[in-house]
Design a protein around this ligand. Structure first.
Ligand code: OGA
Ligand code: MN
Length: 218
């Protein structure tokens, strides 16, 4: 049996968090929220992240542009398809957030892609953006951290920047914390970690425009 579950009351704690995330995105484009997920869900995702075995070296770019570049990032990732109970609950949670963002901010998000990421000691992810202006693919980035009792000396902080590369803050990847930001607007990096570091990254996307249709319409 799996004890991961979502709180039933949408007006309760979960509803409060959804509103806080939408407000943060609307007002400044980003937000970091400690204790964001129900503890039982964070805990079961942490167990899954630390025991699953099909991690692959991470790439840079998507699909045909996918390359390994160990100077940019040297974490390992495993896509989440919803094959275990806690993965399904995570996908349901993200779906609730997607619907809420569409309702409250009219973002028109149609898809969500998500993977576990594992950083071995020494691993990092250099400053990058998750989407490029005008490409209209990844719109909102979401990261959930899965590391109980993280200490500042453990490294591995997320550093968020504004659109002009000014630092906005550094955040510990503590179990249950989520970071949310507009993918095009906020460069960010993961500092080298001293301890194994686990997280889930996800991206809400708009369905890619069909270039044939776009051409026909203009
Ligand atoms: C990413 C990423 C940030 C983090 O996977 O694109 O930037 O803190 N992750 O894990
Ligand atoms: Mn990123």
């Amino acid at each position: 049996m799996n004890d991961a579950h979502l709180p039933e009351d949408p007006e309760g704690q979960a509803g409060y968090l959804l509103n806080a995330v939408a407000d943060a995105l609307a007002e400044r484009g980003w937000g970091v929220f400690p204790h964001a997920l129900p503890p039982a869900l964070s805990h079961s995702l942490w167990q899954r992240a630390t025991t699953l075995e099909h991690y692959q070296p991470a790439g840079v770019g998507r699909q045909t542009r996918h390359r390994r570049n160990r100077f940019v990032r040297n974490d390992e990732t495993a896509w989440i398809e919803g094959v275990t109970d806690e993965e399904v609950v995570w996908l349901d949670w993200a779906e609730r957030l997607r619907e809420h963002l569409n309702r409250s901010l009219f973002l028109g998000l149609t898809e969500f892609e998500t993977h576990f990421a594992r950083y071995a000691p020494g691993a990092f992810y250099a400053r990058h953006r998750d989407a490029f202006k005008g490409s209209e693919n990844r719109v909102v980035s979401l990261v959930l951290y899965l590391n109980p009792a993280w200490q500042p000396a453990d490294g591995g902080q997320l550093v968020l920047y504004d659109d002009r590369s000014r630092e906005l803050g550094r955040f510990e990847p503590e179990l249950g914390t989520i970071a949310v930001f507009l993918s095009e607007q906020h460069p960010h990096e993961v500092l080298a970690t001293e301890r194994p570091r686990h997280s889930i990254a996800g991206w809400f996307r708009r369905r890619e425009a069909n270039p044939m249709l776009a051409g026909a319409q203009s």
